[in-house]
Design a protein around this ligand. Structure first.
Ligand code: GLC
Length: 543
């Protein structure tokens, strides 16, 4: 049995508990979490050395962004070997040790599975491009030029330019949704599907607990590769100027996920969570199938948009309404592709209060919360000078589109390089790391870090919060109030997203216990008159 395999610590005394539904999942961006070998880039051994932080915080699982061998054109989302570890991150033995130590602490480990495209340096692609008759040719998507020349259709790459790259040696184009160094895999080829299933088994047998599936909605496209219609009236010649009816979300995708799910279900308690980057919850919901496809599709509706109680309520209700009854939603405010929410919602006076209220929102809602490393200490985005930009999106499309600011090193302590590394890190560290860091916040009972920990513990202790039903309550303008209930247990939350104080009426009686986003605040005595300061919220256990 490989070192990371079962059994792992199960939560005692709660036989109904399901880790990926009831617990909190924490995303680790491996380049930026902790560097054990002093090369300025994080690694697996670094993650292992920081597991105690994650155990102390109380997370049920971690999702690690790709650490597989890669030319790093898209920082690991261009995989050149699906079954190994890039030397910059360590080795397979490092991974086994990390998995074993995580499991020993009751922390599950989810890997990033990148099925839509490989690196152009993957041996499969090197073979495929060697000749038109190579047995692996059809593992990728090749086409002749359009009649009269030029790319086969009008599809454009998400990272800019046409989605087709001309291969002069074999006289055909190949398809890529992202960089030209990320050729699209052809899931209509049964051998390719078998090879990718073998990849899943490789990691499942090692003991991993599931996969976050990159670009899940694009692995099936129109088999006839028809051109997309244009957005009426749009002057955008790029991605935004097309209606993406043929290059993503093809109905055939569901059979692929049913087969993937059947495979994963051969193992106990493993999970598939899809990056279904479609902004219509009804379309995301289809990826749950009849409980036989993904366990979850990400709810990305809170990753952008205004700081507004009404908007948060609307988005949450919309997503909840779309997820089928046997499915389970999730909630996410930040990840490696968008600016951190503490920056998005920063405010001259209320910035810290807003970060605290956001924590309450994420951890009181129905749906598995996904935390992005560093959000537990309120890490902000780091402005990156142009000469230090690394993200291909910034380099190929526009510097302002860079995702580097949200990928900067974790701020562990006040020492040089914030305790992340002994060397200059691959991206700059925020100047605030001298005070905004894990060590300082652990020593301060009033810190955001302690608030996250307390909320995670509250959620873990009360099934009403972790897996209870949710119902919106009437609330004044700017306030999002809701009830969470299960069995005889009931909580109410009232979150004031306004910049002015507000008074919410949450029923009769006095709360039994609870938490306020403002440290040291007294809990309300009377649920009928709950006064909330600007950017303040409460979650209260009620009779
Ligand atoms: C996903 C990842 C993103 C990556 C892209 C291409 O959207 O989250 O970081 O660049 O896929 O793999």
């Amino acid at each position: 049995m490989p070192p990371g395999s079962r059994p792992i610590a199960h939560s005692a005394g709660d036989s109904e508990r399901l880790w990926w539904r009831d617990g909190v999942i924490y995303q680790v961006y491996p380049r930026s979490f902790a560097d054990s070998n002093g090369d300025g880039v994080g690694d697996l051994e670094g993650i292992r050395s920081r597991l105690d932080h994650l155990a102390w915080l109380g997370v049920a699982g971690i999702w690690i962004s790709p650490f597989f061998p890669s030319p790093m054109k898209d920082f690991g989302y261009d995989v050149s070997d699906y079954c190994d570890v890039d030397p910059i991150f360590g080795s397979l033995s490092d991974f086994d040790r990390l998995l074993r130590d995580a499991h020993e602490r009751g922390i599950r480990v989810i890997l990033d599975f990148v099925p839509n495209h490989s690196s152009d340096q993957h041996p499969w692609f090197l073979e495929a491009r060697a000749s038109r008759t190579n047995p692996r040719r059809d593992w990728y998507v090749w086409r002749d030029p359009a009649p009269g020349g030029g790319p086969p259709n009008n599809w454009v790459a998400i990272f800019g330019g046409p989605a087709w790259e001309w291969d002069a040696a074999t006289g055909q184009y190949y398809l890529h949704s992202f960089l030209r160094e990320q050729p699209e895999l052809n899931w209509r080829n049964p051998e390719l599907e078998r090879a990718m299933h073998a990849v899943l088994r490789f990691w499942l047998e090692r003991g991993v607990d599931g996969f976050r599936i990159d670009v899940a909605h694009r692995i099936a496209k129109d088999p006839a590769l028809r051109s997309n219609p244009l957005v009426p009236g749009s002057a955008d010649p790029g991605y935004g100027g097309q209606l993406h009816v043929h290059d993503e979300d093809h109905p055939d995708v569901h059979a692929l996920f049913r087969r993937m799910r059947a495979l994963v279900d051969e193992y106990d308690e493993r999970v598939l969570i899809g990056e279904v980057y479609l902004f219509d919850p009804a379309r995301v919901a289809k990826y749950y199938g009849a409980g036989d496809e993904l366990h979850q599709g990400f709810n990305f509706s809170l990753l952008s948009g205004a700081w507004s109680g009404e908007r948060f309520r609307h988005e949450v209700e919309r997503f909840h309404g779309a997820v089928p009854p046997q499915g389970w939603p999730n909630q996410v405010l930040s990840n490696h592709d968008v600016h951190r929410h503490a920056t998005r919602y920063d405010h001259a006076e209320l910035g810290e209060a807003r970060a605290r209220l956001a924590a309450l929102l994420l951890l009181a809602l129905r749906g598995t919360p996904f935390l992005y490393y560093g959000e537990e200490i309120g890490m902000r985005c780091v402005p990156i000078p142009e000469h230090r930009l690394r993200d291909p999106l910034a380099i190929t499309l526009h510097p302002s589109l860079t995702r580097d600011p949200e990928r900067t090193p974790m701020q562990w302590d006040e020492t040089a390089h914030a305790g992340f590394s002994s060397a200059e890190p691959w991206l700059p560290i925020h100047a605030d790391s001298t005070h905004r860091n894990v060590r300082a916040q652990r020593a301060d009972a009033g810190s955001l870090l302690h608030l996250y920990r307390a909320l995670i513990a509250l959620r873990a202790a009360h099934p009403a919060l972790s897996r209870g039903a949710q119902r919106t309550l009437p609330a004044p303008a700017g306030v999002f109030a809701f009830e969470r209930a299960r069995g005889g247990e009931r909580f109410v939350a009232a979150l004031n997203f306004g910049d002015e104080a507000a008074v919410a009426s949450l029923g009769a009686g006095a709360p039994l216990s609870g938490l306020c986003s403002r440290h040291g605040a007294e809990l309300p005595r009377d649920l009928a008159h709950v006064t909330l300061g600007p950017a303040e919220g409460v979650v209260l256990r009620v009779a």
